[in-house]
Design a protein around this ligand. Sequence first.
Ligand SMILES: Nc1ncnc2c1ncn2[C@@H]1O[C@H](COP(=O)(O)OP(=O)(O)OP(=O)(O)O)[C@@H](O)[C@H]1O
Length: 366
Amino acid sequence: MIEARGLTKTYGAKTAVYNLSFQVRPGSVTGFLGPNGAGKSTTIRMVLGLDAPTSGTVTIAGRPYRQLPNAPRQVGALLDAKAVHGGRSARHHLLCLAQLSGIPKSRVDEVLALVGLQEVAGKRSKGFSLGMGQRLGIAAALLGDPQVLLFDEPVNGLDPEGIHWVRNLMKRLAAEGRTVFVSSHLMSEMALTADHLIVIGRGQLLADMSVKEFIARNSTAYAKVRTPDDAEQREKLTAALAEAGAGVQPEPDGALRVTGLELPRISDVAHGTGVRLWELSPHQASLEEAYMQLTQGAVDYRSAQPPGWGYGQPGQPQPYAPQQPYAPQQFAPPGSFGPPPAAAQPQPAPPAPAADPTAARETEDR
Ligand SMILES: Nc1ncnc2c1ncn2[C@@H]1O[C@H](COP(=O)(O)OP(=O)(O)OP(=O)(O)O)[C@@H](O)[C@H]1O
């Protein structure tokens, strides 16, 4: 198990991670999510003893990484797949690592086979594609047959077959009772791979719960209602639904997104106003939508998108919206067809978040 308690890391005036406490348990895949600059890599580096916490602790099996006896056989990590001596072959690279950690040579061919690199094992890794480099990094992480595995963006650069392979590998490792901690930006992939999520924003914990609970808490179920293609009918129904207490938003495809009323009630209202329905279907947000909802106030870098794009309410401008203060653990109650989660209430400001995303990184500890 990995356990962080009050983990904090500052670089000069910059607080990268603040008071983070969580546990990563064996037997499941735990996804580690957060917008760019949230502090994921810094956290992983502290778990691995590569950065020292400013305060707080993080342990693996009860000890800080640096105090673990024979750490490479207990903990495997993929951090930066490019951090390989390009002049060495894949086999040579793994042999060097094995030798340094007292791992038998025979294990090298085992992991090469496991990641599907046997045929190119004698080739210099500088000629490797991004995907092959990722596989080599994963092979290195598995070398010591460790119980605890950390993967920072493991599917980066992999093709669909590779992504599928990594997904199954993570699940298999967890099913063997290992602790698997994976950071990723690919929500759709995390939804398929992870059992549990730890989400951070601006260095602070936003959520620590199962994927299912995360989606239920951070998204609002809604009904999609489609009338015949007739503006008058649609307006009539919109007015009647609003009068019955529903929230109604037009969707880009002409349908209506209705919250706050159960499906039978929507049907009754439509019937009462004499509007025919061509569609009345329940919808639940995806992990990606739930994640966007939760982290919208914790992103440092936001790109311009046309209004109506993404999960926000159609018509409300997304681009250049002022950053909302975010409220860790503030959720709309789970439930069907409720109103959209209330905007996060202002919280005490997190300590010294980066105001200027273009500010140069300090190089301390790197
Ligand atoms: N050595 C350093 N010196 C100064 N600031 C740093 C250093 N390392 C990280 N930071 C800052 O700490 C914050 C967290 O960075 P970190 O790389 O941990 O985020 P991340 O969640 O891994 O981001 P990404 O998803 O973009 O990889 C960022 O604002 C980053 O600029």
